[in-house]
Each structure stands twice: as structure tokens, then as C-alpha cells.
Design a protein around this ligand. Structure first.
Ligand SMILES: [Zn+2]
Length: 476
């Protein structure tokens, strides 16, 4: 009798704690702590995070660019609408330069809208060298790169998938682009071998033989959950000539088809094709003709920026943008020198990435509108100005050249400070470029930028003069 009574009480208490729903499932009623409770028990301030004021530049860094930008509240509403649409990518052309091939677009990706032209900083194992995710967010960065090769090797896609993908693992709420891993493999691993199946290599961690096939690359990138994934392409040196260039171009097309078929998340993750063909006009054109017949969300221009002549480089860039569809984003891979960015925007490119600003920071080189400052040099030991008096980044706001010079002798924090400044410089440059396109004065912007960057006209690089002349800008 006593036992029955105890059993009845236990059952009653369990039912009260987990009331049975109408469908018969047990549900736990929980209340989200949306309001702070004051000691008297009354509702206090709303502690839910407030939405950012601006979709594309929710940052303290660039207040004037926000004012001049196109993101009025009406525009933000339509961007949000587009974000919730079924397609994982929408490109809206905001303005086109009437003189050059430059354009300013809103690239709407699953995690947020990106204002183009855009520079995308490069991370490796889920971190940016010398800068934290918080700092990157504070600088207004809307998209950065994750490195599939490094992440695929260590900590590995399974662990990252458990952490809700690379966004969850890094706790990065904005967009991510992942590369295919192929470039790293060919450039970092000595014993790699390319066959039709994929790239075979020995793991530098445990010596095991691994095959990175197009399917495997997409499988890893699906686990990482990036907003933009890159196809695996057959990477060769940009200076290589002969039959291997043609073989690599055709193989990259075949691998693109295998990547498209392997993508498990076409509704959430965008796969970009990579145009190959080396420095050969006919091969580039053939690759462009073939790849643009595939309905991929965007295109990258690959196989450049690897030590080829700059005259060959810009001609291949402009040839590619001439043949790429207007309504899709164009990503020029591995380009990040300030002059190259401005010229290639004029040639019609929208997206760029490069390790340059973070790598050069580690050597004490700070980017400025008139070139760079070598902070380690003794001439800055007693210089109390910021790196760039016009820069609004946290480093320039707080520290002098003299302090950074002294810090470089003893502390790695110096690298962090210069990295923050260099990324801020690249992001601000691209926002200024965008603003000038939107306001219809990009050709004038180019003239001012070049005059500031070079002390005299005879120091302008010949390739930049020619490239700009090809899009109707004659440098003064
Ligand atoms: Zn700065």
C-alpha cells in the first residue's frame, strides 16, 4: 500500500514537471530570460541583443561611409527580404561606372549582405593571424576566408561539423568563403601527385596517403558550412607553358561538374567555378565558354598572381571579366596589393583575397595611402604620430609609431596592432572605391589614389597605366 502511494506521488510529480502535450509528447515549458528582473520582481531592461543599424557597415570604424552608402532603411528592408529568399546568393548591381568596367554591388549571402568591391582577409585554422574574430567584426569585415586544407587536416571536418560548422567553431556570425584545399596542397606539400581522380599527397602530420578528390573537397566544405565554396581545380604554376596548361584547364572543367554533383547543400552553400587557362588567350576563352554554361552562383578568376608578368596578368583579368556574366559575382583570387585592387576593380572584378596585409604586418610593414611604413626602422623611434593620422582604426586611435617601434623589439602585440591597422586599411580602401563608384566619380578617385601612392608620374607602374588606359582612364 505504502509502495503504491510512493509510486503514485513520483508519477504525479513527473507529470507536473513535464506536462503531456495534446499530441501526447512530453514537453518542458521554458521561458527565455528576455528581460532582466529587478529585485522587486518587475521587468527591467530588454537584454536581447539589438539588431545592427546598418546591414553592411555596422561598425564604428567608417561612419562617413555609412552616410554615403546606399543602405537607407528602405534598402535594408529589401536586403533582409532577399536574405530570407530561397536562393543562397543574390547579386544586386547598385551602380556601374560609366567610364571603366567597375561596379558596386550588394552581394546577399546566407549570413549577411556584403558590399562590393570587397577585400576578404584570409584565415587559416579558423583564425586570422594576428587578429581576433571580435576585432575583425569591429572593423566591419563582412566576409573572410577559411582554409580547407588546414581545417580538413586539423582539427578535421567531423569535429567542426559537431560545433555547427566553421561559423559555430569560430563563433563568427558573418560570411565565410572556403577554398578547395587544392592550391595549399600543391604549394605546401612536396609529394603531391595530380591524377584524374584527384590530388594524392602524404599527410604532413602522420605520413598517411590521402586523396583529395573533387567529391572529398566538397564533402569537407559541406561539413565546414561555408557560405561560398570553391571547386577543386587542377592548380599549376602561373608561369607554366605547354600542353600541361591545356590539360589542367580541361580537367578543371571536368572537376567542376563533379563538384556540382557532389554538393549536398546547394540551397545553403554557393559553389564557385574557377576559370583556368594560364596565360593563353585561346585556353582562357575556351574555359570561359565552357564554365559559363554551368549554372553556378559565381565565378573566380584563377591561375594568376603567381609570379607572372603584370602585363600578362591584367590582360587575362580583363579578358575574363569581358566574358563572365554580368549578373554573377567575379572573384579575383590571390590579389591584394592596393594598386592591384584599384586597377582590377576598374577591370570589373568584385571580390579579392590575399594574405598580403596580414603577412606584411608580421614584418612590421604598415600600409598607408602613400605606400608603407617600416615601423621597425629607427626613423620612427621618436615619432609620436599614429601610423596614419587619417586612419580611424583602434591602433591609430590609441598608439604612436614610436610605441609600436619599441613594442616590435619585445612583444608580439606589435604584430597584432599593425595587422588590425592593415586590415582596416584594405577594408577602408574598398569602401572608398565603392563610394566613388556609387557617386559616379571612380575615374577621379583613381587619379587621386595614384598621385598619393606614387611621388611622381614616372614612377607609375607601366602595366597599371596600360590596364587603366584599356578602360578609358588616362593617368595624369
Ligand atoms: Zn590605422
Amino acid at each position: 500500500m505504502l509502495f503504491t502511494l510512493i509510486l503514485f506521488r513520483v508519477l504525479l510529480s513527473a507529470l507536473t514537471k513535464y506536462p503531456v502535450s495534446r499530441k501526447g509528447r512530453k514537453t518542458r515549458k521554458t521561458k527565455l530570460p528576455l528581460h532582466k528582473h529587478t529585485p522587486s520582481g518587475k521587468r527591467g531592461d530588454d537584454i536581447r541583443p539589438k539588431p545592427p543599424l546598418h546591414v553592411t557597415c555596422s561598425t564604428w570604424l567608417l561612419p562617413e561611409s555609412c552616410e554615403a552608402d546606399v543602405n537607407t532603411s528602405e534598402n535594408i528592408m529589401s536586403l533582409k527580404k532577399a536574405l530570407s529568399a530561397a536562393s543562397p546568393l543574390t547579386l544586386r548591381i547598385v551602380a556601374e561606372c560609366p567610364v571603366t568596367k567597375a561596379r558596386a554591388c550588394d552581394l546577399i549571402l546566407p549570413h549577411s549582405a556584403v558590399s562590393t568591391p570587397v577585400f576578404m582577409p584570409v584565415g587559416t585554422q579558423g583564425t586570422m593571424k594576428g587578429i581576433t574574430v571580435d576585432q575583425l567584426e569591429g572593423l566591419g569585415c563582412q566576409i573572410c576566408l577559411g582554409n580547407t586544407y588546414h581545417l580538413g587536416m586539423r582539427p578535421g571536418p567531423d569535429l567542426i561539423e559537431k560545433a555547427n560548422g566553421l561559423h559555430g567553431f569560430m563563433n563568427w556570425k558573418r560570411n565565410l568563403l572556403t577554398d578547395s584545399g587544392g592550391f595549399q596542397m600543391v604549394s605546401l606539400v612536396k609529394l603531391s601527385e595530380v591524377t584524374e581522380e584527384g590530388v594524392k599527397f602524404k599527410s604532413p602530420y602522420d605520413g598517411k596517403e590521402i586523396l583529395l578528390s573533387p567529391e572529398k573537397s566538397i564533402d569537407i566544405q559541406n561539413s565546414l558550412g561555408s557560405d561560398i565554396m570553391m571547386q577543386l581545380d587542377d592548380v599549376i604554376s602561373s608561369t607554366l607553358k605547354g600542353p600541361r596548361v591545356e590539360e589542367a584547364m580541361h580537367r578543371s572543367i571536368r572537376w567542376l561538374d563533379r563538384c556540382i554533383a557532389a554538393n549536398k547543400n546547394p540551397d545553403k552553400q554557393n559553389l564557385f567555378a574557377i576559370i583556368q587557362g594560364g596565360l593563353n588567350v585561346e585556353l582562357r576563352k575556351a574555359c570561359l565558354d565552357e564554365m559559363t554554361q554551368r549554372d553556378v552562383p559565381g565565378f573566380a578568376i584563377g591561375g594568376l598572381s603567381g609570379g607572372e608578368e603584370k602585363n600578362d596578368f591584367w590582360r587575362m583579368v580583363t579578358l575574363s571579366t569581358d566574358h563572365l556574366p554580368r549578373e554573377k559575382p567575379r572573384y579575383l583570387m590571390g590579389v591584394g596589393y592596393p594598386v592591384d585592387l584599384v586597377v582590377c576593380v576598374a577591370l570589373g572584378c568584385d571580390m579579392f583575397d590575399c594574405v598580403f596585409p596580414t603577412r606584411t604586418a608580421r614584418f612590421g610593414s604598415a600600409l598607408v595611402p602613400w605606400g608603407s611604413l617600416q615601423i621597425k626602422h629607427n626613423q620612427y623611434a621618436k615619432d609620436f604620430q599614429p601610423i596614419d593620422p587619417d586612419c580611424q582604426c583602434p591602433t591609430c586611435f590609441r598608439h604612436s609609431r614610436a610605441y609600436l617601434h619599441a613594442l616590435f623589439k619585445s612583444d608580439t602585440a606589435a604584430t597584432h596592432h599593425v595587422t588590425i591597422h592593415n586590415i582596416a586599411y584594405q577594408l577602408t580602401l574598398m569602401l572608398s572605391v565603392r563610394r566613388s563608384i556609387v557617386e559616379g566619380r571612380f575615374p577621379e578617385f583613381i587619379q587621386t589614389f595614384m598621385k598619393r601612392m606614387f611621388p611622381s608620374r614616372d614612377q607609375y607602374p607601366g602595366w597599371a597605366v596600360d590596364a587603366l588606359a584599356s578602360v578609358n582612364v588616362t593617368l595624369e
